[in-house]
Design a protein around this ligand. Sequence first.
Ligand code: NAI
Length: 706
Amino acid sequence: MSGQLVRFEVEDGIGVITVDNPPVNALSPGVPEGILESVAKGNKDPNVKAMVLMGAGRSFIAGADIRQFGKGAKRLGLGERPVDVLEKSEKPIVAAIHGFALGGGLETAMACNYRIAKVSTKVGLPEVLIGLLPGGAGTQRLPRLVGPKIALEMITSGRHVPAEEAKGYGILDALIDDKADLRAEAIKFAKSIADKRPMPIVSKMTTKFDEYKNDPGMFDAMRKSLAKKAKGQPAIEANISAVEAAVTLPYEQGIVRERELFAPLENSDASKGLRYAFFAERQAGRLPSLPAGAKAKTIKTGAVIGAGTMGGGIAMSFADFGYPVKILDSTQEALDRGMKRVKDNYAVAVKRGSITQAQMDERLKLIEPVLSYEAIGQADVVIEAVFEELSVKQEVFKKLDAVMKPDALMLSNTSTIDIDKIGEGVKERKGDVAGAHFFSPANVMRLLEVVEGSKSSPETIAATMQLGKQIGKVSAWAGNTDGFVANRSRAPFTAEASILLEDGALPEQVDKALVDFGYPMGPFAVGDLAGLDIGWAVRKRKAAEDPNFRKNPIADKLCEMGRFGQKTGAGWYRYEKGDRTPHPDPVVAQVIKEVTSSLGIKQRSFTDDEILRRLLFASVNEACKILEERKARRASDVDIMWLYGFGFPRYRGGLMFWADTIGSKEIYEQIVRWHNELGARWKPSELLKATAAKGGKLSEIVIMEA
Ligand code: NAI
């Protein structure tokens, strides 16, 4: 088997080892063994002077085979792995890299004597992102190559480093033009170093450790700066300790320490959650293939209607990824205001150093403000982001129907309105209409919920999913249901948070329970940040429309007092001037007391665990209802929406993955008890009931296969 996965050929005195394990040459069982056999052959063959290690297809070795983790697979022991054996080769080995060299791929390359790469290559050690550490001597070799400071930054962030930057750090010895023949260039390079002795061996390098001698506090400083992030994620501390071991222990002891630190991570809950999220994300992008004969739509240019908060952010997303986009509003003033906000946002990014002034200028050039519909007719996609009013949106879609070129996608960013109703006035091309629901701020938040209306064509849905990918979003499919999938599944969480206050919890207690759980902020602090007046207006409208609408008397009272959140210096919390830190406010506790006693509600105390369960079980139940109504395809799609739309802690996998750590049966039984005690809002989902009855996993529910 290893013979097929790894080839060995001799050309011009150079042994060429090619890993051929599509799609990305992962280090699956058989690959390490194949590399070892090839190196042994090369060393034995008197015709071979040096060796090249490369990958077939689109990449070098992209990394470990993630599916193997946590399965107790037998692995090669210390001293037997390619990362241990390669550097002991009598003849020099050159890693010739293209595409990606990540994790195990970069570790393998660092065990070679030289590394050359195509300019478009990316390298990195991203194990921390799946709750692990680079356990193939990566934490020991990278600090030797680049110095402990850069190694710490790369290993704790897991980021992909572009080839030029990697060469600057000393990871790469030479860059190869993207158009050049990598194999030929690698053979040429190998011949040029074939006789050089001593051969460079990374594990023996120590010159860059002076950095540590001059700054021995660097590891503790890193611990301090990552302390908040490291909560619940043991991999972060383990990665720091492993790099620390590289500079404080001899190499042979360092790799033993690395292994000790790796072992407990593999089966940690955080790593399981992160690995699940990794696969859920890939899965979310998958839809059934297009029907035979359907033509894929391609998107090269865009247009946005409405230069408000969302329209501006959506236009920025296009520009950020190099796509020209026109932005239309009904008045010059609105356009000017919108463009000013876009400019201000970019200026903040320049000030923070996340983009350069030149990048800002380039991006601004891609965004063209316009007033007439004729100006946008040739765009491949138009996204409507005008006021949230059906009649306004319908008017816009009628105009779009008249001006947009055939096959252009006509998408609405509505968060609450029925997509079918929005497209009602569109005459013969209802198939082009769908929802593209971005989250605020649209240029930052990565979720794109793709909403399929009853008339949306498969081509339109596929192209909208693809559009998300093109502009850096994570697309996930949703059916056309009130609030779609993300907001509908979250609504009970938000409602329950308010009800908890009526029942006796305080905003700071609810927020603390969620921050301890891993959210960056609790819902009440988020409310203060976003502004409480928006929700108040919506509630007043809904109460006028629907006599059964459940009021939110505490929030209403705060708004009546002019407490709209941070912008007014008070909301659920109070704020000092010029400071965003929320301080618990006795006034709020008093308001809660007065409102609830006037309503005759008896208050009691809650544990943090009860708070979590009330909020999250309510949403688990709703997500199951959405699935049983076939408005979501997979439970894992719901998880992706919670991760990318709502800041749910990634190391917990997502709402449904987290639910499985408790168990469907326990959740169902609790919901039944609450249904009896607290009323109709807790009516259990049939799908939840059925899953609980067979002891099934919620995160594995698949309603429609891709
Ligand atoms: P906004 O009020 O900031 O902006 C709306 C813009 O549309 C304004 O610039 C207005 O002048 C323009 N506009 C209104 N009628 C127009 C027309 N007939 N033709 C051209 N331009 C017109 O509103 P925002 O917050 O940007 O929301 C826009 C849409 O995005 C709404 O459908 C909203 O539900 C949805 N949405 C909002 C989110 C949010 O957090 N604000 C999140 C996700 C979706």
